[in-house]
Ligand binder design. Sequence first.
Ligand code: C2E
Ligand code: CA
Ligand code: CA
Length: 648
Amino acid sequence: MTAIKMRSGNTSRLTVRANLVSVGIALVVASVVLLLYQAVAFRSALYDDASLQASVIAENVSASLMFDDEASMQDVLRSLGRVPYVESLSVYKSDGRLYTRYARPGVTRDEQEEGTLQSTEHRPALSLGDAFVRAPIEHNGHVLGHVVLVATSDLVHRHLAQYACFLGVACLGAMWISSLVMNRMRRRVSEAERELERLARTDPLTNLPNRRTFYEMLEERLASAKDPSRYFGIVLIDLDDFKTVNDTLGHGAGDELLQHVARVLCDTVGGRAIVSRMGGDEFAVTLATSWKRTAVAELAREIGTALCRPATFFGREINVTASVGYASFPDAGDDSGSLITSADIALYEAKALGKNTVVGFSPEMMHAAQRRAYLEAELRKAVDSDALELVFQPQFDCRSGTLVGAEALARWTHKKEGAVSPGEFIPIAENSDLIVLLGRSVLQRACVAAATWNAAWPAVAVRVAVNVSARQLRHPAFVGDVMAALAASGLTPALLELELTESHLIANRETGIAVMNRLRAAGVLLSIDDFGTGYSSLSYLHAFPVNALKIDRSFIERLPEDGQPIVTAILSMAHSFGLDAVAEGVEDPKQLEWLVDAGCDVVQGFLTGRPMPLQQFRELVAKEGEGRARGDSLVCVPDARSAGIVVG
Ligand code: C2E
Ligand code: CA
Ligand code: CA
């Protein structure tokens, strides 16, 4: 950086010098032209004046010449010879003989004088020698002789010398002023350059070095890290739920939170490391070299602890937590690219483990990351070629035991890897735009499937539930995609249910509510998936226009021995908001029994039906239709179960 600055300083100094030289050359050329012009002008003025003097003398001496009065002629010549530039005055008779002459002391007769007599007058414009001027002495039209005046150029020389001095002083003055102006301009330009450079390297919100500077600093540090017994490393920090703060408290609070985090990070690392902002809610810390192998891990843990201390913003106490991933040199990589990738992988693991976690890179993580990258590429191909399958898991009404719907779940069987679990491939898709393509395809196919089973058994009205990821919900085309899928399949909107995850909704509160309102207005049903695992805050429930809550499997699996108070609370909460409660992951008849007694509305689980291929589900719908036509139903409520009728 310093080298760049010095180079730019030298360049601008050279530019100023070059400019000054150009100005100097221009001034010298202009001065020479002016000087030549002046020389011509002075010389021409001298000739004019000398010619006039010579004419006056010729006038005054004509009588003396006519009467051959040399004494009076000498008087006239002497009186006019006092003119400063007159060097000599000679009177020649018409036959060319010298009649009389007046000359300053020390001035001898010049041969050119007689030459002047013979020649017609000619004025050399640029000659710096003496001027020879001739005037005829006439009387009544007869030429009696000639006066030859020799004017010295000394005066012209003196004037030119003075003029040259004046021009020299003027040029020096102009050069001095130009150099002052140019130096001032150079200072301004380099100040502006420095400011631009600073802006290009700093994050304006936190005043920390930005991503570009971070990369440069890391490269510099790696270049100087030759000693293998010394350690350093990088720590990547990603705030948990930053979007929630931005959405719930506004962007002002978000900015303040980022500034707060920047301060906390700088205070924590002190002089040991440099903090940079990578963009968004991501920060990076570059540790200075240390003798301690564990220095990076210790610093990362200190950062994690320092960040999770509560802070007050806009009158509200916020618990800021962050996911922290770190990688040390040379164990996790010996060049900037691999070191950053390692720290990124560790950060990914930290996020996957849940909030407020600090994770250091280990080589096993690299394999997991490579698998993720491989699966992502394979999944993209599978989505492009529509190779994903859909299975349908039935949902039953607890009171009547009727089949009310199915959750569409994506299945992927890879030719080499075999069946890849959605628990593995959905998060991979969610990490990129792939989820938007995958989600769109699932939505279209689920709508077509539901439209066909409902067309076959219109009276049954079995809806289809489709999972929607946060990225899909945020995508501007999402509502349009839903409408298009409904229109293309001909499915009644009330038979489509979209499952949105609680944490996704909180994180995209403003946009989420707007999108949900548009979907509700179109008649589509909405439910909150995995309810209870996210914020479980009552305050937002009334803000979201949903129809149902899906109680997370983790609560259901503890029933009936454990977890009753929570499920009871969720059920009464749902009902008090006028929402249906769906229990998912029901595996045990005792769980089902408890749920039916507690007033749960809908059940879904391995007990009542595993996710099944479309054909199998259509048969289930057909059985349901036939059963209803006969007046009974395929139920899985306790009395039916005792009769041995359990679907799946
Ligand atoms: P989810 O939305 O909570 O889906 C329910 C999951 O619980 C399904 O797992 C289902 O097979 C499983 N399940 C149902 N009943 C039981 C039970 O009684 N016991 C147990 N142990 N499990 C049960 P699956 O199909 O592996 O899906 C996992 C997750 O993947 C889903 O969780 C959902 O979040 C996601 N997912 C699956 N398909 C899609 C999709 O098309 N789009 C999106 N965005 N996510 C999907
Ligand atoms: Ca779901
Ligand atoms: Ca769920």
